[in-house]
Design a protein around this ligand. Structure first.
Ligand SMILES: Cc1ncc(COP(=O)(O)O)c(C=O)c1O
Length: 443
């Protein structure tokens, strides 16, 4: 079907073409009811009929600067007029400038970058870096995690998306998470002995540390439940990994670029991992780009050893120009600070919401990275059922707010440019929808 250029497609036509000719991720195809997105500004986007939605999950926790930031759009336009593509082993200006910016933003001695097209590829290449550098092959990752859909990345991932596509890559071992609300060891954060840390050391010992290349963890677990670890978690795992010569890798694809109120989540605990992977917020999602930032010793290792990595679109000038502009926008607009400041307001509001709604079992938050966990019974912690979660999603949609609703969690992760008023307006809509869950919860 061709369209005359003046013909603007309707919502129905756009959705119809998408459904007929393209697949939707992680879904039974016939159940998908996509919202056609035709434009946006700040924290809002709209469809072809002008219906305007408030976005409380930043597309998928990635549109950190909000919709259509004029300076990022202009930088992309300008780069397009100059140079749209370059051979991966040629040098180009945006690639070099962005490499330096990332090196400056990442903590400690993480000073050299390998670019990719997205998060999964960043993690694929981090696995390769770890194996090539250490000469070991095992990777320890966590159950409540998502690291991407390609084979290495899905093998690292612990959530429901891995088992259907197994067997994955060999050598990945999973450990338990700091999910304090549902601690697998049966404790609370106040009563535990950090079994979530000590059991990882025990697993390392059992596996023979000399075979373990890396411990691979999200800076703060994102789509698997915003699991903010206890303050000593990252520092102690840094010590343990150093003790056994194991690399520590932080996947900051979702938690990076100000989402948690710092440039990277590990900055909250002053931990310098050996490798940080990133994507999403790196360009505020305006163009596809990921990166693997590695420490000086890893970088130097490849000064005289072959680097078995490569991609046609490596260091793509368009994406790198978007990255430079996105980071400049975060700095100029004070978006990392806004995430930190409004994150505190958000945390306070979520605690208040927890007190006033019988269906809220737990709230977890750090910066503008947060969720509300809904239960049927606060004593047994039985998760809220899927039908009720669906009804909440529909109510939010009717009130023109969209967000990620996964399992029994309602995510609250607006773009980092959100204002105080917008944050409160969105929370009011969410609170209103919680009354549906309250009616299903034991008082
Ligand atoms: C923590 C984390 N790592 C990796 C990925 C995969 O990134 P991508 O979808 O760009 O491949 C995601 C995506 O949601 C993620 O949340």
């Amino acid at each position: 079907m061709t369209q005359p250029s003046e013909h603007r497609l309707t919502n129905e036509e756009i959705a119809g073409l998408n459904r007929r000719y393209t697949f939707f991720s992680w879904s039974v195809q016939k159940d998908v009811k996509p919202i056609p997105v035709v434009g946006g500004k700040g924290i809002h986007y709209w469809d072809a009929e002008g219906n305007r939605y408030m976005d409380f999950s930043s597309q998928l926790m990635s549109l950190n600067a909000g919709y259509q930031h004029p300076k990022i759009v202009a930088a992309i336009q300008e780069q397009a007029t100059k140079l749209c593509a370059a051979h991966p082993n040629s040098a180009n200006e945006p690639r070099g400038v962005l490499g330096r910016m990332v090196a400056e933003l990442t903590p400690g001695n993480l000073n050299k970058v390998f670019f990719t097209l997205g998060g999964a590829e960043a993690n694929e290449n981090a696995i390769k870096f770890a194996r090539l550098y250490t000469g070991r092959h095992k990777i320890i990752a966590r159950y409540r995690s998502y690291h991407g859909a390609t084979y290495g990345a899905i093998s690292l991932s612990g959530d429901y998306r891995r088992p259907p596509v197994e067997p994955g890559i060999p050598g990945v071992i999973h450990v338990f998470d700091p999910y304090c609300y549902r601690c697998v060891f049966g404790y609370t954060r106040q009563t535990c002995h950090r079994e979530c840390i000590t059991h990882i050391e025990e697993v390392i010992r059992c596996e023979n540390p000399d075979t373990v290349a890396a411990l691979f963890m999200e800076g703060v677990t994102g789509s698997n439940g915003i699991l903010v670890p206890p303050d000593d978690y990252w520092p102690r795992l840094r010590e343990i990994t150093q003790k056994y010569g194991i690399l520590l890798i932080s996947d900051e694809v979702m938690s990076g670029f100000g989402r948690t109120g710092e440039w990277f989540a590990v900055d909250h605990w002053n931990v310098v991992p050996d490798i940080i992977t990133m994507a999403k917020g790196l360009t505020s999602s305006y163009l596809p780009l990921g990166a693997v930032a590695v420490s000086e010793p890893i970088a130097q290792h490849f000064d005289d050893k072959y680097l078995y990595l490569g991609l046609t679109y490596y260091g793509h000038p368009m994406s790198c120009a978007a990255g430079v502009a996105a980071i400049n926008a975060y700095k100029e607009d004070g978006l990392i600070e806004n995430s930190k400041t409004l994150g505190k307001v958000l945390g306070g509001e979520l605690e208040r919401i927890k007190q006033s709604h019988a269906s809220v079992g737990d709230v977890r938050y750090i910066g503008l990275f947060s969720l509300i966990e809904l239960v049927k019974d606060r004593t047994t912690r039985e998760p809220m059922d899927a039908a009720t979660m669906g009804a909440i999603r529909n109510q939010l949609l009717a009130d023109r707010l969209t967000t990620f609703v996964n399992q029994n969690w309602v995510f609250v992760c607006p773009p980092l440019c959100v204002t105080n008023d917008e944050l409160h307006a969105g929370l009011k809509i969410i609170e209103n929808a919680l009354s549906i869950a309250d009616s299903k919860a034991k008082a």
